[in-house]
Design a protein around this ligand. Structure first.
Ligand code: HEC
Length: 179
């Protein structure tokens, strides 16, 4: 007999349910992870870091939409972090627990899944700082003045600088509907 939670579904998912959520999460994050770095590099080379801001800002959105099409169970894809640049990306309480646990874990897991008692399952994929990320998330003393100005104008509460290569920057979170 399975233990049932308040809303009447098993609290501990079976292996099939875990596989379903894992596959949806992997499919939804693949495109974002694979193309973010290369698109940023290309944008910085052609227009400089200020022009490339739009890539980390906007390209993630169409990408996540693309990731969603063909994945009917995926109800949302977002990024979150303990040190947001955009306050809209701030973590909710469960995100925060996951981010704090990841920050204390070495080596980082490739992915993890949380099963809230209510609502969709959450697939989390850690995002690690690579060299290209330092252009806008590294030591702000090295930023060209137009970049500093553009960031200050758009993100007066920016906390997302001072990272080094290999640091955990945040996660992509994929919400996968449950039956
Ligand atoms: C050209 C500048 C630039 C580069 C390079 C860049 N980012 Fe960003 N990043 C931004 C901006 C601007 C935002 C705020 C986007 C928004 O408004 O949602 C951001 C936001 C984020 C967020 C969402 C959380 C938050 O702080 O708001 C994550 C996660 C992130 N970046 C990871 C990365 C990673 C990983 C790399 C390297 C692969 C990277 N970024 C490279 C400019 C950049």
């Amino acid at each position: 007999m399975l233990a049932l939670s308040g809303c009447g579904r098993p609290t501990a998912p079976g292996p099939e349910e875990t596989t379903r959520v894992q596959e949806a999460g992997r499919a939804a994050t693949k495109a974002v992870v694979e193309s973010l770095g290369s698109q940023l590099k290309a944008a910085i080379q052609s227009g400089g870091p200020v022009a490339a801001i739009a890539v980390c800002q906007q390209v993630a959105l169409p990408l996540t939409d693309a990731a969603r099409s063909g994945l009917p169970d995926v109800v949302a894809v977002r990024r979150t972090t303990l040190r947001p640049r955009n306050p809209q990306n701030a973590p909710d309480p469960l995100d925060r627990i996951v981010l704090e646990r990841l920050a204390a874990t070495q080596p980082l897991p490739e992915e993890l899944i949380e099963w809230p008692a209510e609502g969709p399952a959450r697939f989390y994929k850690p995002l690690v700082i690579q060299e290209v990320c330092l252009n806008c998330h590294g030591d702000p003393a090295g930023f060209p003045p137009p970049l500093t100005e553009a960031l200050a104008g758009r993100y007066p509460e920016d906390q997302a600088t001072g990272y080094a290569i290999g640091d955990l920057r945040g996660v992509i979170r994929v919400d996968v509907a449950r039956p």
